[in-house]
Ligand binder design. Structure first.
Ligand code: 3H9
Length: 664
């Protein structure tokens, strides 16, 4: 790779765009760490490079390559809130496309958004085998703004372009080559391979620039079908449908007219609430794995991990660890439980095979990396052990007594408790600095949230190791203080109580669920309880009552006492027909709750959703003021990644702040 690296060169010695000449081929190297985002200096540098190289008679072709870990990863998202400064990206792309010499984009790492748009302005694109290419703009609430919707269908055809642009999902180089997005996948040194490609290309007539290539327009029924499909998947996010409209224009209008339409859509969406929310989530997600307060703390190495408990949660955690390549020791209390734990794990890996995420051979290798046993001595060499046994303090304490005996004094010991006080779980443990709460969400091999709960005794290295684990597992970590339910389940409790309070006021259960789905939640609060089971929270309340706490009777309690625990018992808040997960309003529930419900209150769905989200945000405020969460954005990440809150609303705290700002 040409160019200097960010780590070794002083800032002044490193131009954002450098030009080298290899005989008659020029190599333009972009060097704008960390991800070569298209800030103003880079746009200007590219603009100037076209002029310089067009004027250089020795140069016959230009290779565009990037230093560092990636090709251009897109527009500089930090510039989105500010007035645009020229040269604008569409003009830079047009200038590269109109250059007198053909440009060849040589792609490694990720060519995303504006980065792929720059590459599509080039006459050719070659990429390293592991490069990823994509147009993730819709995930930021916008559409591509520099020709992405207009040039992509000219390279790949409309159907593949719809997929790329409306999902925002990147594709790897081999797939990109198969769909026509790039011209070749090249092995070995990328610059040398791109120069060789350029020399070869110069021996033949050049293809036309992408803007001059034709695009076949599908008929109206294609667009109607796509609209229907995309609207359903978007659940209220507007960008995917607006991106589809741009693609349709690209297929049906001239290149220039489509480009103008795309730019207009881009500028319109860039200032929208949804884009602001999605940008906030984007930066919060990137900041989460490396919190500032742990910058100077080195995590402990994670080479071997133990999991105690092979139930749904323990098996899910073990699967997540294996997916990250870590060898796992799985401990259960007897041989039958070991067999059940292994069966749970096998079922998870088989599921991944069915969904095409793993080959059968990979699934077998994942399973082979698990040592399942009843013998705690197998944990003697573990760097980290995660306890995921029954949610009962005595059971958990017994596990930690064993772990305290067999594990190394520097092994991190974690509890996956979701409601118990981790301080009580750890009581009596030798070397308490190594203890921490790691709250996974079920299914743990799928859900991206990890609540990290230190106790007052937890050492900084232990906390840093929790974050390192999250990075290894590709999860979003959020640090939480100790309170009942930590961040997520505490807000959930308030949310459910507020929803029940609406039912008591006479708002129909199905209206509340529909309102929250309409708000963009994956599910409403009552249908979600039916799916997960009403008995778990009921048993917690009963436990608290038995311990002498004053816990008022909830409507859910009435249902559970009547045997209605959710889908698994054929009914909870709704009735269910056997084999059918669709909730049906229930006369039995109406009868059971009759004495508790006021005569019908009218409340429109938007007001229901606003009220419930405001309740979530109010609990979030309390959590912040008690120091349980470190920042509002942490609460938003918990809601988005753990509880199905719509990303495009930015989370309850973001929404509340936005609402307060608008109100004045
Ligand atoms: C676009 O292009 C619009 C155009 O169509 C139209 C224009 C007219 N801008 O993720 P990482 C920062 S929309 C600014 O940890 P990785 C990030 O915050 C854009 N900053 O690295 C972090 O900062 P810090 C479409 C950005 O190696 C640092 O870089 N593009 C941007 O795990 C490292 O990030 C995208 O949506 C950005 N665009 O992954 C691409 N991107 O060090 C989004 C990153 O201060 N980016 N930063 O915490 C990514 O997907 C990943 O960053 C990438 C690298 C895969 C590239």
């Amino acid at each position: 790779m040409t160019g200097t690296t960010a780590d070794t060169a002083p800032a002044a010695a490193r131009p954002v765009v450098a030009i080298d000449r290899h005989g008659d081929i020029a190599v333009v190297t972009v060097d704008n760490p960390p991800v070569n985002a298209l800030g103003q200096a880079l746009r200007q540098g590219l603009w100037d490079a076209v002029g310089t190289l067009d004027a250089d008679p020795r140069v016959r072709a230009v290779v565009l390559v990037c230093a560092g870990r990636t090709f251009i990863a897109g527009a500089d998202v930090t510039e989105f809130g500010k007035p645009p400064v020229p040269p604008h990206l569409p003009d830079v792309v047009a200038r590269i496309e109109g250059a007198a010499k053909p440009w060849i984009a040589a792609i490694h790492g990720s060519a995303l958004g504006g980065g792929l748009e720059v590459a599509m302005g080039c006459r050719f694109r070659v990429a390293a085998p592991d490069a990823a290419l994509g147009l993730p703009e819709v995930t930021l609430g916008i559409v591509p703004g520099a020709g992405g919707t207009v040039r992509t269908p000219r390279l790949t055809g409309v159907e593949a372009a719809v997929d790329l642009v409306t999902t925002g999902k990147p594709v790897r180089a081999p797939r990109a080559a198969a769909m026509g997005l790039i011209d070749a996948v090249v092995e070995g040194d990328l610059v040398e391979a791109a120069i060789a490609f350029a020399r070869e290309a110069l021996t033949r007539p050049l293809p036309p620039p992408v803007c001059q290539r034709p695009v076949a327009a599908p008929d109206a029924s294609f667009w109607t079908e796509q609209e229907r499909r995309i609207a359903k998947a978007a659940k209220g996010a507007v960008a995917p449908l607006r991106a589809l409209a741009c693609l349709r224009r690209a297929a049906e209008a001239s290149f220039d007219a489509a480009l103008a339409f795309e730019r207009e859509t881009f500028l319109d969406l860039r200032g929208s609430d949804q884009a602001a929310a999605l940008r906030a989530v984007f930066f919060a997600e990137r900041a989460a794995p490396r919190p500032a307060h742990l910058r100077d703390v080195a995590p402990l190495p994670l080479r071997r991990v133990g999991v105690v408990g092979g139930g749904t949660m323990g098996a899910g955690i073990a699967a997540a660890l294996r997916d990250a390549g870590l060898p796992v020791v799985l401990i259960e209390r007897d041989d039958a439980a070991v067999a059940r734990g292994l069966a749970n794990l096998t079922a998870l890996f088989d599921g991944s095979v069915r969904r095409g995420r793993l080959t059968p051979a990979q699934a077998e290798a994942r399973l082979a990396g698990v040592t399942a046993t009843t013998d705690y001595a197998a944990l003697a060499d573990a760097d980290l052990v995660i306890e995921a046994v029954f949610e009962e303090i005595g059971v958990k304490r017994a596990v930690f007594a064993d772990l305290g005996r067999v594990c190394r004094a520097d092994a991190v010991l974690a509890t996956n408790t979701s409601y118990l006080d981790p301080r009580l779980v750890a009581e009596g443990l030798p070397h308490p600095g190594r203890f921490i709460g790691l709250h996974f969400f079920s299914p743990a091999n799928v859900m991206t949230l990890l609540e990290i709960v230190p106790t007052p005794d937890t050492a900084p290295e232990t906390l840093a190791t929790g974050f390192a684990l999250a990075r290894a597992l590709n999860k979003i970590p959020v640090q939480a203080g100790i309170c009942e339910g930590f961040i997520g389940n505490r807000i959930l409790k308030r949310y459910r109580a507020a929803a029940e309070a609406l039912v008591r006021r006479g708002v129909p259960i199905a209206e509340i669920d529909a309102a929250m789905r309409g708000h963009g939640m994956a599910m409403g609060p009552f249908e979600a309880q039916d799916l997960g089971g009403l008995d778990i929270a009921f048993l917690q309340r009963e436990g608290a009552r038995q311990a002498g706490q004053d816990v008022p009777e909830t409507l859910g309690d009435i249902l559970v006492r009547a045997g209605r625990k959710g889908q698994k018992t054929g009914g909870g808040w709704y009735d269910y027909q056997p084999g059918d997960r669709r909730p049906q309003p229930s006369q039995a529930v109406t009868d059971l709750l009759a004495g508790q419900i006021a005569p019908g209150a009218a409340m429109d769905r938007a007001a229901i959703a606003d009220h419930l989200v405001a309740e979530m945000a109010a609990e979030g405020e309390a959590i912040l003021s008690e120091g349980i969460a470190r920042a509002p954005s942490d609460i938003d990440l918990v809601e988005i990644h753990g509880y199905g809150f719509p990303r495009w609303r930015g989370g309850p705290m973001f929404a509340a702040a936005r609402r307060a700002a608008v109100a004045g």
